[in-house]
Write a protein that binds this ligand. Sequence first.
Ligand SMILES: [Zn+2]
Length: 130
Amino acid sequence: MKFLCTRCDEVMKLAGAQAGDDTVGLTFSCPKCGGSFAMLTNPAETTLVKGLGVQVGGRSEPAPLMEVIQSSVARDTENQITWDPGAETRLANVPPFARPMARKAIERFAESKGIRTITAAVMDEARALM
Ligand SMILES: [Zn+2]
């Protein structure tokens, strides 16, 4: 993903990133004209970004945006619960509009049980209580 300055067609550089509870805010600036803009994710997008755990575009230019998002998110969620691949696959079957809620509910359940890694079995357990 690249953002271009609409005035001079330059690739905008990431100038800052901030993670809140439910949002990730990113600031971009144009190296040529100094123009800037900010981007703010909504809670659903933030969950998506946090859930992706992927690096987009490898090591090439532009500055690895997803990594920046991830590291800023990581700082915010150091005690974060992890999802094993099986559980992620199961969660992907949940309709998109309900996914953030399901994720939060299952994470809350896991937290209350002191579980750090969510597996399909943990999801079963959580579902039995819901
Ligand atoms: Zn510009």
